[in-house]
Design a protein around this ligand. Structure first.
Ligand code: WT7
Length: 665
């Protein structure tokens, strides 16, 4: 498969230069790229100076034994001290660290840095009282409540690596993660609020604990926050292991003297899915991770800690919540919003109401959310005063240009720069992104590797492709927040990421460099299809479909095709205004033809979907990623595969029942 054949067919001429005032006062200016290129280690050493260290490092980077990196070797540091204590010591104890917003209306809590320090110290002392020592693992299975942050920082303080498991995961998923990392304590709550109703968490922990009981990785203690007060059920409390948070934590001392840990001491394990069924425990360590996340949070969002109000909507159960809700922003002494619930409870304007109330200036979310808001219509955000917003961020998947421009216009008043940030659970920090005060951004492009990052697009032989061509996205040099290994599986770490080309990290994504050398991430390489010898990205076709006024969301897969090798098959959700029209007899078929022609017009006849199915929902994981694998099963008339990671498993029934009315031609 030659990368030369990657079709570079979509055209995008819109350009958005930085606003002049933002450019003039930007934290990072254009000179940073050269500075980093001229002195790689010196650049990262300078960034490390933003943190408080115990011992300073002997070496910035030890890459003697690739792919096992050591950053800031010989140094000691405590992540919790950097995120909390040092801000209090600097006189910022009264500054709000977290404006916490519960899902029930008027359930809010403003937590200052001084209060955060007390809470983290009490939680640390509580963990010690439960027998947690440096090096022990602690699992966290909590909703988006402040105790989640307190516990993470308490673990970091002790040097007990945490593994946060997203609250939407099942008991089995929780058990396999607890077992894999050997966590001896699980911190959870009775439940959390979702769409106005309490939603239980504790029963899943009970099941996981029961599953592991008597084995090598039996859980010793479960610490339970009372959040909803809901009934725990008949067998919902086991005095041998279960302890209420308020009983164990509230009475603890708010003093705790933190130890400095080695820079390479494990900070946390975050599980992510790979190509096999067994999730990978991505290991992040302390010093480099904090340098990478705090630098990029400050640079990419142009954070001004004294005036900005930052909001990242990601759940703490994902890496975005770790890097850009907990460690990056708190290390930088930011004031931020943390919201427990969903965007449409109790009404579809909830997020914008929060932005207005707290005067959010920097807002970071995912394309899937942006497309949802597009579908609901701009009348909803238009009802709120969003004039405080000055920088917008996007993460998680390629953002299609239509969604990008809508985001910029509707949420950013047509002037806030959008930073399309490319990174992964494995990379720990943003690696490719515009800089809001420097880059003339193109909608749909993550643009350029950040200062100090050596990313490229290569062909099958690992050679850099020329501008205008596509290939595989790789990293040539280590970066501070990179994963160090897969927990307990160094071989899998080497095989998965470093084996395709010597000493090169392969991200698993396809990308193209446009005529200016700017990077367009095309999605996972398995989302790139080959149609009659032309490689097409599902993302490009999806963007074309979503640019049609009647389409709200689209997913495209490459289905096996006798004639062309693979053929694009599309699943689309219509905008509310178009649904009524499509219900008219006969309209459905015409609409499908209209959409096929639209794709042909936007990209070329080769990209015309063979099949377009209008569906009410798309199958998504709980993190919002479309499960194209399942759609491929539908498109190829196969039995639907494993649906256990779907957020809503009934979606596939809806899609399949729609197949009978499909427009297969
Ligand atoms: C994969 C990583 C990064 C935290 C959330 C997801 C895709 C991520 C972008 C972007 C295009 C993106 C890639 C990547 N991705 N950001 N800005 N443009 N694609 O973390 O679950 O580890 O997923 O998400 O395919 O490899 P993750």
């Amino acid at each position: 498969m030659s990368s030369e054949t990657l079709s570079n067919l979509s055209h995008e001429d819109r350009r958005f230069p930085p606003p002049a005032d933002l450019a003039a006062s930007a934290n990072v200016k254009a000179d940073a790229y050269d500075a980093a290129a001229n002195d790689f280690e010196g650049f990262w050493a300078a960034q490390a100076e933003r943190l408080d260290w115990g011992q300073k490092w002997e070496r910035v980077l030890n890459w003697d034994n690739p792919p096992f990196a050591k950053w800031f070797e010989g140094a000691t540091i405590n992540a919790s001290v950097n995120c909390v204590d040092r801000h209090v010591a600097a006189g910022k104890g009264d500054k709000v660290a977290i404006h916490w917003v519960g899902e029930p209306e008027d359930d809010t809590r403003d937590i200052t840095y001084a209060q955060l320090q007390d809470e983290v110290n009490k939680a640390t002392n509580a963990l010690i009282s439960l027998g947690v020592e440096k090096g022990d693992r602690v699992a966290i299975y909590l909703p988006m409540i402040p105790e989640c942050v307190f516990t993470m920082l308490a673990c970091a303080r002790l040097g007990a690596p945490h593994t946060v498991v997203f609250g939407g995961f099942s008991a089995d998923a929780l058990a396999s993660r607890v077992e894999d990392c050997g966590a001896k304590v699980v911190v959870t709550s009775d439940g959390g609020y979702r769409r106005g109703a309490p939603s239980a968490l504790k029963p899943a922990v009970d099941d996981a604990v029961a599953k592991l009981a008597g084995g090598e990785h039996a859980v010793e203690h479960v610490l339970v926050v009372r959040r909803t007060g809901q009934d725990l059920g008949e067998n919902g409390w086991n005095d041998d292991v279960d302890k209420w948070w308020h009983d164990v934590v509230d009475g603890q001392s708010s003093e705790h003297e933190a130890e400095m840990h080695d820079s390479e001491h494990p900070l946390y394990v975050m599980y992510t899915s790979g190509t096999t069924g067994k999730p990978k425990g991505i290991l992040h360590t302390t010093g480099g991770y904090l340098v990478g996340t705090s630098y990029t949070h400050w640079a990419v969002f142009d954070l001004k800690p004294d005036t900005d109000v930052y909001w990242c909507t990601a759940d703490v159960g994902w890496v975005t919540g770790h890097s850009y809700l907990v460690y990056g922003p708190l290390a930088n002494g930011a004031t931020q919003v943390m919201y427990e619930g969903v965007p449409d409870s109790p009404h579809k304007g909830r997020w914008w109401e929060i932005v207005e109330k707290y005067g959010v200036t920097i807002f970071y979310t995912a394309p899937t959310a942006i497309r949802t808001f597009m579908k609901w219509g701009r009348e909803i955000p238009d009802k709120f005063d969003l004039s405080s917003v000055r920088v917008l961020g996007s993460v998680g998947e390629p953002i299609n240009p239509e969604a990008y421009v809508w985001y910029r216009d509707t949420i950013g008043a047509g002037k806030a720069p959008v930073v399309d940030t490319w990174w992964q659970t494995e990379t720990g920090q943003i690696l490719i992104s515009p800089l809001p005060g420097v880059t003339e951004a193109k909608p749909g492009s993550a643009m350029t590797p950040l200062p100090g990052i050596d990313a490229d697009v290569v062909n099958d032989e690992g050679e850099s492709v020329p501008d205008g061509s596509g290939g595989y996205l790789i990293l040539r040099k280590p970066w501070p927040a990179m994963l160090r290994t897969i927990w307990g599986d160094d071989e899998r770490y080497k095989d998965t990421y470093w084996s395709r080309w010597p000493d090169v990290y392969f991200a698993g994504d396809g990308a193209k460099k446009d005529e200016d050398g700017d990077v367009w991430v095309l999605g996972r390489v398995d989302d790139v299809m080959n149609v009659s010898g032309h490689r097409l990205s599902t993302t490009e076709i999806e963007s074309a479909l979503v640019s049609h006024p009647k389409v709200a969301e689209a997913a495209v897969v490459g289905a096996t095709d006798e004639m062309t090798g693979q053929a694009p098959c599309a699943f689309v959700i219509l905008r509310e205004s178009a649904i009524a029209e499509a219900d008219e007899p006969g309209e459905g078929g015409d609409l499908v033809q209209e959409l096929r022609n639209h794709v042909a017009k936007e990209i070329g006849a080769i990209a015309k979907p063979r099949q377009i199915l209008v569906v009410p929902e798309l199958p998504k994981t709980r993190s919002g990623k479309i499960m194209r694998r399942l759609l491929r099963d539908v498109a190829e008339n196969r039995e639907i595969g494993d649906v256990t990671t779907l957020a809503d498993s009934s979606v596939m029934n809806l899609i399949q029942s729609g197949m009978s009315g499909s427009s297969d031609e």
